[in-house]
Design a protein around this ligand. Structure first.
Ligand code: URA
Length: 441
């Protein structure tokens, strides 16, 4: 086993023929590299039940500490893609382009962006996930719309994509099934926070989805998965390279996530804010991120159009309504309202200098907007409204936040999450631009 040569050999053995898995674990543990055949065998054998959960756990921990080089990462991602089906989106009839966010607080960008880019002439096939922890999930948000369905078989997904130009739905079980198994294992083995494992997990699903182009919104800051810019940059570069290697034109924007995006954090409250943004009446920070991502998506898709015009003339809102209706939802139905609301007053007079995204996300989660376990239900009406945002002047006692929930017993834990999250004082100076950098194609 050598650090240079690669371990595994041209024809990996089935586990019944010898201790292949343990050899590969030892090799990675000791800083060696695995060759493509070994990686393909490992993933396939794990799915067939020939590599035990404890062996894959040990291998993931070895990858966590030793990492993958680019060739290993390419092979690992390809094996995950090939573990399931790869969608063919040719019938969309227009250039396809998707966006993925690494997750933030108040991040309702997809709800505005998908119909906006569709209104500009591209097709947006967005297979999304549910929220876990303090960041919300796009599907949870849309499910607060009466009748709206997240689960669509591939044929129905294509029908919505052709009719509305965009679709946001749950990824089917046939898409990168190796990632589903590995993600669940990473979740319980302390191996989620590994850049190669995160990058391959996200990109395997996007490559399998069949989109021709992809823009990544890699969030940086207290409310993001990656809190430091250096780590976010490495993750972005790793995913951009993987996309290019698998024939998906990919770029990434690094965007700030130190304070919630927009004023609404939750499910129904975020849908309401997204609809306002589609009508050109949304908060400026949300519009800034949406327009930057839309411009990038249209550039990669090769479509010349002005996304700001599609917000102003109502065509993006029309696409949104068509997409919601095509997925069984009633875009005019009233959204659920919370039974209980409680204001959080400003502690002093001055300028709001800081409203911590993570604390607000945790508060919304504790109010019922998010789930602690995959099996939990979310409260569609729960959440936090940010009545003031950093840079605004406030008076002592004025409501800064409004907490909403269906269960008043949740106010206490939500308020505890907000301890130390709010800073009022001297004027903070100009707020930095939300887009930090662009990486890739
Ligand atoms: N999202 C994913 O899909 N995979 C990860 O590993 C982390 C976030």
């Amino acid at each position: 086993m050598t650090k240079r040569g690669g371990v595994g050999g041209a024809s990996p053995r089935a586990s019944t023929d010898g201790p292949a898995a343990v050899d590969l674990i030892r090799a990675k543990r000791d800083g060696g590299r695995l060759d493509e055949a070994a990686i393909r065998w490992l993933i396939g054998a794990y799915l067939r039940g020939e590599v035990a959960e404890e062996q894959m756990s040990a291998l993931l921990m070895a990858v966590y500490f030793r990492g993958f080089d680019q060739a290993e990462l390419r092979a690992w991602t390809a094996a995950m893609v090939e573990s399931g089906e790869r969608l063919d989106l040719a019938a969309a009839g227009r250039p396809t382009v998707d966006k993925h966010s690494t997750g933030g607080v108040g991040d309702k960008v997809s709800l505005v962006l998908a119909p906006l880019v569709a209104a500009c002439g591209a097709a947006v096939p967005q297979l999304s996930g549910r929220g876990l922890g303090h960041t919300g999930g796009t599907l949870d948000k849309l499910e607060s719309i009466p009748g709206w369905r997240a689960a669509l078989p591939p044929a129905a997904m294509m029908t919505v994509l052709r009719q509305a130009g965009c679709v946001i739905c749950a990824a089917g079980r046939g898409l990168a099934p190796a990632d589903r198994r590995l993600y669940a294992l990473r979740d319980v083995t302390g191996t989620v926070e590994s850049i190669p494992l995160i990058a391959s997990s996200i990109m395997s699903k996007k490559i399998a989805e069949g989109t021709a182009a992809l823009v990544l919104d890699v969030k940086v800051g207290s409310g993001a998965f990656m809190q430091a810019e250096a780590g976010a940059r490495t993750l972005a570069e790793t995913m951009v390279t993987l996309g290019a290697e698998h024939g998906v034109r990919t770029s990434a924007l690094l965007t700030r996530m130190d304070t919630p995006l927009g004023r609404a954090v939750g499910n129904a409250v975020e849908v309401e804010e997204a609809v306002a943004a589609l009508a050109g009446k949304g908060p400026p920070d949300l519009a800034e991120v949406v327009l930057a991502l839309a411009g990038e998506m249209l550039r990669l898709a090769g479509v010349a159009a002005d996304p700001a015009a599609a917000l102003a003339d109502g065509s993006a809102l029309e696409r949104y309504r068509a997409m919601i209706a095509a997925q069984g939802g009633d875009p005019d139905a009233p959204l659920p309202r919370a039974a209980h609301a409680r204001p959080v007053p400003a502690p002093a007079s001055g300028w709001l200098r800081r409203l911590d995204a993570r604390a607000v996300g945790v508060a919304a989660w504790r109010l019922g907007a998010g789930r602690a376990r995959k099996e939990d239900d979310v409260d569609p009406a729960a959440g936090v409204l940010c009545l003031a945002k950093p840079g605004e002047q406030v008076e002592a006692g004025q409501p800064l936040l409004e907490l909403r929930t269906g269960d008043a017993a949740r106010f206490g834990p939500a308020l505890a999450a907000l301890a130390g999250a709010i800073d009022v004082g001297q004027p903070p100076g100009p707020l930095p631009a939300l887009v930090i950098d662009r990486i890739g194609d």
